[in-house]
Write a protein of this length. Structure first.
Length: 181
């Protein structure tokens, strides 16, 4: 499926929902892809289980060291604080927008679409997310649907979105299918 492809996982220094990082990461690895952890700061990122600290993970590169052209796709895990922080970082927003400009696939789960809204790439697209983002997505010009996983392909790229950790199995499989095509 994604044999030989390199997939960026963009996360803030803290606040990512651990399972939304680790499950897609494992899926990419098992399918023969190379996941890379990208953040705004070097060192490690602090993941969370909802509001409780979980494990920390080493950053592979910072936004200063990479560009969208270095990758075959982008995954935006959720967690409330993670995308809320990323959407305030101009380099993170530019990095996300570049994947759309280059026609590369992007996937976001849970609160991850907040960063997509800030990058102004959801207008005219159909997405799902954690329910509290419904109004934000609609105000940004997207159509919001309440389903396990949503795939929206247009002339720009393929966009895969999902609602919550309970949807990870479907999300991971759909990401592999979309990123492999």
């Amino acid at each position: 499926m994604i044999q030989g492809k390199t997939i960026a996982f963009l996360v803030a220094p803290e606040g990512v929902e651990q399972i939304e990082l680790t499950e897609p990461w494992k899926a990419v690895q098992h399918a023969g892809g190379t996941p890379r952890l990208i953040s705004t700061d070097p060192g490690t990122i602090q993941a969370f289980h909802h509001l409780d600290k979980a494990e920390s993970f080493p950053v592979d590169a910072t936004l200063d060291q990479v560009s969208a052209s270095d990758f075959d796709g982008l995954i935006l895990p959720g967690g409330v604080a993670n995308p809320d922080t990323l959407r305030t970082e101009p380099k993170a927003v530019e990095f996300v927008r570049a994947f759309f400009d280059q026609g590369k696939p992007v996937a976001a789960i849970c609160h991850g679409p907040w960063t997509l809204i800030e990058a102004d790439v959801v207008r005219g697209r159909t997405l799902t997310s954690w329910p509290s983002l419904k109004t934000d997505l609609r105000n940004a010009g997207a159509t919001w649907v309440d389903q396990e996983v949503q795939v929206d392909s247009d002339e720009r790229n393929t966009l895969v979105t999902s609602r919550r950790p309970d949807d990870l199995k479907a999300f991971c499989q759909t990401v592999l299918d979309a990123f492999g095509g």
